[in-house]
Design a protein around this ligand. Structure first.
Ligand SMILES: O=c1ccn([C@H]2C[C@H](O)[C@@H](COP(=O)(O)OP(=O)(O)OP(=O)(O)O)O2)c(=O)[nH]1
Ligand SMILES: [Mg+2]
Length: 157
């Protein structure tokens, strides 16, 4: 409602039956992505991630926006299905199929994760992007309270 509108191509007609990419609730931040598989697959622990098409393409076409592909929290936390690239970044000028690297992060000896055609197995969120230009300097001009401290420099409690 009132948000930006971007073009989306449906590359796999089965999505019409599975439920087109949509926000599952009125205030959901992300749309779920469906696994456009020909047949069920099993992703074994320790095996390379499976690269699976979501069956959609978008052309964001605005340098102030990008999309992130993220695990679904239920599948990631409970089943161990996460992304081989941890987070997928979709550039505003990318027009190919949105692909998902599906990785079973579980340890050896655990059962494979089964994915069936149409399963909602990841999600995609659109985010604002800043693209600053850079002034190369020898020394930073403004003072900084933190300075170069990092990696726990402020303590734990
Ligand atoms: O999970 C993902 C990550 C990326 N992409 C697509 C969209 C993105 O715009 C493009 C390039 O991604 P990225 O820049 O992260 O990968 P790269 O390894 O740097 O490839 P490139 O050299 O094409 O930029 O691949 C996906 O479909 N799914
Ligand atoms: Mg890149």
């Amino acid at each position: 409602m009132g948000g930006p509108v971007i073009e989306l191509k449906v590359l796999d007609a089965r999505l019409h039956g599975w439920g087109m990419p949509r926000y599952q609730t009125a205030m959901a931040a992300a749309i779920d992505l469906h696994a456009c598989l020909d047949a069920p697959i099993e992703i074994a622990p320790g095996s390379p991630p499976a690269l699976i098409s979501s069956g959609i393409a978008v052309h964001i076409g605005d340098p102030g926006m990008a999309a992130l592909v993220l695990p679904r929290s239920g599948m990631g936390h409970k089943q161990g299905l996460v992304l081989g690239n941890l987070v997928g970044l979709i550039d505003a000028d990318y027009t190919g199929p949105i692909m998902v690297s599906a990785w079973n992060r579980n340890g050896p000896g655990t059962p494979p994760i089964r994915l069936s055609p149409g399963d909602r197995f990841a999600q995609m969120v659109f985010v604002p992007i800043l693209r600053p230009e850079f002034t190369v300097v020898e020394e930073f001009t403004a003072p900084s309270e933190r300075g170069a401290g990092g990696f726990g420099s402020t303590g734990h409690r």
